[in-house]
Design a binder for this molecule. Sequence first.
Ligand SMILES: [Zn+2]
Length: 137
Amino acid sequence: MEQAKLPSPIANADSKPYWEAARERRLAIRKCNACGQLHFMPRHLCPHCWSDQLEWIDASGAGSVHSFTIIRRASDPAFAPLVPYAVALIDLEEGPRMMANVVGADALEVKIGDRVRVTFEERSGGAMVPQFTRVTE
Ligand SMILES: [Zn+2]
């Protein structure tokens, strides 16, 4: 399987719970209990108020495409077999914006404003990477 050859994510202390949730097919984001804001990427301190009173919540997995690009020349040889592929900035329903690939048979038809839903792409070692598919119904 092609995807199993792709590099696995490297977790750090801030992102470890995020990657553990992904293995369970959950999209986890950080919520600040001091100011109430949500954020992504995972951080030790709230980027809005610098509080360390953070918790993890499960995002719904629904979002929309803020912007995207089509990758035609891979920056890493491991991704060369996938070109062309779509990388997008996704605005999650809860607010935070994250970067991910748009995958699926119609991924290259992606447009700004498309509704998308999270899916999980398996990597080597059983790691799962949150990606998105277009919602077209
Ligand atoms: Zn805060």
